[in-house]
Design a protein around this ligand. Structure first.
Ligand code: CAO
Length: 415
């Protein structure tokens, strides 16, 4: 079956996490992704967090599936000529170097346009234009600068970063959308364009509801769905909401059977208004369904702590899966806190290709997260990540270089 991005060639200058997540998605949709790496070393993640000596790390393998790897010294004059040939042949150049690195290599936007006016140049940077535009940025810096950390955690504790890589993988996802949109516009204009996804902007986009709350707070001085209401205090900025639900349906994380020894024996429980009577029945507090202190969402708000304590008395008598099964029967929204071990072993995720087992020539078998976006006419087949420089000769031959020329370039240290 054909793939959505068949025929699209990506010159992939990405490294670490944010850029590689973007180009991996494009590769899964069928683009030919040619990853340019430094000879001898390659993407720094190949050797970071290694679990097997001298073998590409899981960090690298899980971010670089379905790509080809070529090693080119971009600072070598002959290496630059090879890159020029690649720029002429590709549709998109994706990079997430520190600000200015591409220009220092000699590949300014103007130069790239001279070489290929149809080229789309897509970049991840830490910040957009402004006071921090020259800064190098990693995941947690973006989480802090984008509003996630100040709004995550508990009111009486420090700001907290989240395990979800919203700065890196989140921005990679934003960039991928920008790239396919620019490719679509190119079908009408015939021209390339620059695409920028700044990590601060990507995180802020995902924290949109918190900017909503900032303005609500400024107007009314309070927010009823936050745990600070009604007994705590609100300051000038959106506070940390603990595990409270973001919307108007109060929720909290509650202990389940086994919580004393299992750090993940918890369930997220939402006291959704339409099923309030059913919740009362399940936990054995039938009288709350009609008691004026509990019968309506507004009446419940001042008692939420007590209500969740009562529900928890019930959830603690069940495992999180038993509780799920019972609550689902009554359409009560809830979700188990799943550990990574449980997720890795979940058969339904294997069946959909969201978790995939991949074989690698030096590592052997490992698990990865497959393509989370499923297209009915463009199925994803997850292929292992390339070894460093595995496809240098193949790509050079496609560019028209003869075996003798390839050898000469290798001797010159250009490839
Ligand atoms: N041949 C020769 N040189 C190469 C090369 C190649 N194939 N590939 C890269 N280089 C050079 C670059 O030209 C650059 O050289 P100069 O600094 O002399 O111009 C150099 O390698 C290093 O690039 P870098 O500054 O991007 O790398 P770093 O490790 O110092 O910084 C990072 C890493 C991520 C902080 C920085 O790249 C960055 O801020 N990127 C943008 C934001 C981003 O994506 N952050 C998320 C990273 S994932 O957590």
């Amino acid at each position: 079956m054909s793939k959505a991005l068949d025929g699209v060639r990506i010159l992939d200058f990405t490294h670490v996490q944010s850029g590689p997540t973007c180009t991996q998605l494009l590769a899964w949709f069928g683009a030919d992704v040619i990853k340019v790496e430094r000879a001898g070393a390659g993407d720094i993640t190949r050797e970071q967090l290694r679990d097997i000596p001298d073998v590409d790390s899981l960090y690298f393998t899980m971010l670089n599936h379905n790509k080809r790897s070529v090693t080119i010294d971009t600072k070598n004059p002959e290496g630059k000529l090879v890159l020029e040939a690649l720029i002429q042949k590709c549709d998109v150049l994706v990079e997430n170097f520190a600000p200015g690195a591409l220009d220092r290599m000699g590949f300014t936007w103007e130069r790239i346009q001279e070489l290929n006016p149809r080229m789309i140049v897509a970049s991840v940077k830490g910040f957009g234009p402004g006071p921090y535009e020259d800064c190098k940025v990693y995941e947690n810096v973006a989480q802090c600068a984008g509003g996630a950390a100040s709004t995550t955690g508990f009111d009486d504790g420090p700001p907290v970063v989240t395990g979800a890589q919203i700065g890196d993988s989140g921005t990679g996802l934003h960039l991928a959308l920008g790239i396919v949109t620019a490719l679509y516009q190119r079908t009408q204009t015939g021209r390339g364009q620059k695409v920028l996804a700044a990590m601060q902007d990507g995180v802020l986009n995902l924290c949109r509801v918190k900017l909503r709350d900032q303005q609500r707070l400024e107007r009314t001085g309070t927010m009823k769905e936050y745990p600070q209401y009604p007994n705590g205090t609100f300051g000038e900025a959106v506070p940390r909401a603990g595990n409270a639900s973001g919307g108007g349906q109060p929720g909290w994380i509650l202990k389940c059977k086994g919580w004393e020894t299992d750090p993940n024996a918890y369930i997220y429980f939402i006291t959704q208004a339409p099923v309030w009577a059913k919740i009362c029945n399940v936990i054995g507090k039938e009288e709350w369904a009609t008691d004026p202190n509990y019968a309506t969402p507004a009446a419940r708000l001042p008692h939420l702590k007590d209500i969740f304590a009562e529900i928890e008395r019930w959830t603690m008598t069940k495992t999180k899966f038993e509780a799920m099964q019972i609550l689902n029967k009554y359409d009560i929204p809830c979700g188990p806190i799943l550990s990574m071990k449980e997720i890795a072993e979940e058969p339904s995720l294997r069946k959909t290709g969201t978790i995939v087992e991949v074989d690698h020539p030096t590592r052997g078998k490992y698990l990865t997260v497959g393509n989370p976006i499923k297209l009915s006419d463009s199925p994803t087949e997850v292929k292992r990540s390339p070894l460093l420089g595995e496809h240098t000769d193949e790509v050079m031959a496609e560019l028209g270089y003869s075996p003798e020329q390839i050898n000469a370039l290798r001797t010159a240290g250009a490839i």
